[in-house]
Design a protein around this ligand. Structure first.
Ligand SMILES: Cc1ncc(COP(=O)(O)O)c(C=O)c1O
Length: 475
């Protein structure tokens, strides 16, 4: 068991002298305060020499695993080749990447390349405002689309703040950042995922330019779109003439090269990609219908939408993205079958463990991404989660697993990500540690025997899942 984090503590103490909080990007400031120093495939190592099987994947990008050799070689090769940031004119590599995207992503007739998901969602919304001549934006309670003013709101809003379910209706604006001007806040409307009536409610009251949503709500685990939800959004976009933006920063390339528009057969007007597109390098793409994308190069300066950046399509991430996509496409996309098999092994194993322990819990999964919820059903939206999931238990489980060498991000409801580099042995070891952890945790909810039972959930004392029982569960 890993319990030694003293070197990490020393590094953090040093960094606190120069960086607010000691860590850049506040989302990385979590407990335990571990400093990672190396990553290879499915594993990461910390400054104290502890090894972890990684399910965080740096918030998702490492779909091929850390430092995938094919991607690394492509980047090193490009740099050795004299590739540099030229800052003038187009490049062969950006043309190749754009071509690959337009060929394989149904939502992309034409693309722009950026460095981060936030930049891409910012530009998508700006483009939608320019095209529609309207300013209001709908986003989703429980979704995350980046750090900028249009989307810094209503993420994991606590139940006390949410109040009663609002449908049809909208939630008050709950900022996740200081400094968003009040005038800007009133342009943003937050509604539940899977709630078409609330989208219509907002559209009837405000001139809406766009709705931005993750097609699978993956910033709070795995919340699937219900049948008809995404196509219903498409219909509402057509009816109210707003642009439908799929934020595929988390879903894109992890579930399929074509993104969710391919998986679910619904075409947005614009789609945004990042993370797994370049397996850990800072690359993002914004694609969409050509008639809209052309606004980025409109000869009329009054219509042109400014998209500019010194580092856009830097050769290292561009080459990394090309190599990543090539690798994903190899042998008919067999990597997706591989991670789905591993995901299924994990889900089946987890379900067997919670059944054996009589724990009220549900596994939600899409291919390589999954989440264990301590509730009796897969969530339909953030409000459902906030109402039913046992957050404290989830946090304690994650913390205990980290001490045992398994690294899910240590925040309740965050997605677990399997990579192509994980093996069946990694999954089995993880399941053993999950079984051991749950056996020891206090306060597990007992599965209700009757289907409808309004009585408060009981808690159970720790019980043991023996190695023998675990092995028989897996058979
Ligand atoms: C769905 C989604 N959109 C946008 C972003 C922002 O991307 P970035 O952190 O690269 O700016 C994230 C980041 O987690 C995300 O999960």
């Amino acid at each position: 068991m890993n319990q030694q984090y003293s070197e990490s503590a020393a590094i953090l103490e040093h960094n606190r002298r120069f960086i607010p909080g000691g860590v850049v990007s506040i989302n990385r400031a979590v407990r335990p305060e571990i400093v990672f120093v190396r990553g290879d495939g499915a594993y990461v190592w910390d400054a104290d020499g502890n090894r972890y099987i990684d399910y965080h994947a740096a918030f998702g990008p490492h779909f091929l695993g850390h430092n995938d050799p094919y991607v690394t070689e492509a980047v090193i090769g490009a740099i050795r080749d004299g590739q540099s940031l030229f800052g003038s004119g187009t490049t062969v590599h950006e043309g190749r990447l754009a071509e690959l995207l337009c060929e394989h992503v149904p939502a992309a007739e034409s693309v722009q390349l950026l460095n981060t998901g936030s930049e891409a969602t910012y530009q998508a919304i700006r483009l939608a405002r320019a095209v529609t001549g309207r300013d209001h934006v709908i986003n989703i309670q429980g979704g995350y689309n980046g750090w900028h003013n249009d989307v810094s709101n209503n993420l994991m809003t606590p139940l006390e703040q949410l109040g009663p379910r609002r449908s049809p209706g909208e939630y008050p604006y709950y900022p996740i950042s200081a400094g968003v001007p009040e005038d800007h806040q009133r342009l943003i409307h937050s509604v539940n995922f899977n709630d078409l009536a609330s989208v219509e409610y907002v559209c009837e009251r405000y001139p809406v330019s766009s709705l931005i949503t993750e097609p699978i709500l993956q910033n709070v685990g795995i919340v699937h779109p219900q049948p008809g939800y995404l196509s219903g959004l498409r219909d509402l976009a057509d009816k109210y003439k707003f642009l439908l933006i799929f934020d595929e920063v988390k879903t894109g390339f992890r579930h399929s090269v074509g993104g969710c528009s391919k998986l679910f057969g619904v075409l947005p007007d614009l789609a945004v990609f990042g993370k797994a597109i370049a397996n850990g390098y800072p690359m993002a793409a914004l694609g969409g219908k050509k008639e809209y994308m052309d606004w980025f190069a409109d000869p009329d300066l009054k219509r042109r939408v400014l998209l500019a950046g010194t580092y856009n399509s830097h050769p290292a991430p561009t080459v990394a993205a090309i190599a990543t996509i090539e690798r994903l496409l190899m042998n008919g996309g067999e990597v997706y079958e591989r991670v789905d098999r591993l995901g299924d092994r994990m889900q089946t194993g987890m379900e067997a463990i919670v059944r054996e322990l009589d724990v009220e819990a549900t596994v939600a999964r899409q291919g390589s991404a999954f989440c264990l919820y301590f509730m009796d059903h897969c969530p339909r939206d953030w409000h459902d989660l906030a109402e039913h999931h046992l957050f404290d238990l989830d946090n304690r489980m994650r913390r205990a697993l980290i001490d045992r060498g398994i690294y899910p991000f240590p925040v309740a409801t965050k997605q677990w990500s399997i990579s192509v580099a994980h093996t069946e042995a990694d999954i089995d070891l993880t399941l053993e540690q999950i079984a051991a952890t749950l056996s020891e945790l206090e306060g597990l909810p007992i599965r209700a025997l009757a289907a409808e039972d309004d009585s408060p959930r009981q808690e159970q004392a720790p019980g043991k899942v023996t190695a023998h029982r675990l092995a028989s569960m897996r058979r």
